[in-house]
Ligand binder design. Structure first.
Ligand code: SAM
Ligand code: MG
Length: 214
């Protein structure tokens, strides 16, 4: 049977990226997605905004919602300080299997814990299962109808502290109007928009950065 896109993406990494070199893994995926097949990674353009938010925060405890092939996982993990931890959630077993190999190829498996399962099931178990008190940084990039309910779930589970930064992808394309209304117009967040483009295209998209006010 024909291979899947994630399998072909992994092949491109194994062919063109250097083991243990995260930047080469990122470049190999971006090249594959620009020149061979589009894929739903945050991509290079929004990725550089993600990089600057992560670098500025220097977070110790990070949660990512939506791993797919591990592109943004590698982007974030390569910037984390020693001892920091990134937990990334993915409910598609085939994607998770590819992501594990991409993360390992980048040499980042010590910093990353890939959890196979649904965000709504795992968010309530973060404290007991992983000993997490609160997250410093959360990257939201899973299915768009889950951004708002999972944000409220993280609040209810006490996973956010004053100063926790949420960074949400695809807030214009495909868009998350209910989430934007909540973080922009409610009392709990200070929120701002970073204008950019949908991964590997010229269509407008952007990231919303929202600081939890406690
Ligand atoms: N963050 C990745 C990157 O930039 O490289 C891309 C993630 S992709 C846009 C979204 C992923 O979220 C898909 O792989 C999908 O299977 C996963 N997903 C969607 N809803 C989820 C949920 N509720 N729990 C866990 N994973 C979910
Ligand atoms: Mg995205």
């Amino acid at each position: 049977t024909r291979s899947t896109r994630p399998q072909r993406l992994l092949k491109a990494v194994q062919k063109h990226a250097t083991r243990g070199d995260p930047q080469s893994v990122i470049s190999a995926i971006d090249h594959f997605c620009r020149h061979s097949e589009w894929a739903m990674n945050v991509g290079d353009e929004k990725g550089s905004i993600l990089d600057s938010v992560v670098s500025e925060l220097n977070p110790e405890k990070v949660l990512e919602l939506g791993t797919y092939c591990g592109y943004s996982t590698v982007r974030i993990a390569r910037l984390l300080p020693p001892g920091a931890r990134l937990i990334t959630l993915e409910f598609n077993a085939d994607y998770a299997a590819i992501a594990r190999q991409v993360i390992a190829w980048a040499g980042l498996e010590d910093k990353v814990q890939l959890v196979e399962g649904a965000s709504e099931d795992w968010i309530p178990r973060m404290k007991e299962h992983f000993g997490i008190e609160t997250f410093d940084f959360v990257f939201l990039d899973h299915w768009k109808d889950r951004y708002l309910p999972d944000t409220k779930l993280m609040e209810d589970c006490g996973l956010l502290r004053k100063g926790t930064v949420l960074l949400a992808d695809n807030v214009i394309c495909p868009g998350v109007p209910d989430y934007l209304e909540y973080v922009r117009n409610g009392l709990f967040y200070k929120s701002c928009y970073f204008k950019s483009h949908l991964e590997y295209t010229k269509a407008e998209d952007g990231l919303e950065k929202s600081v939890f006010l406690g």
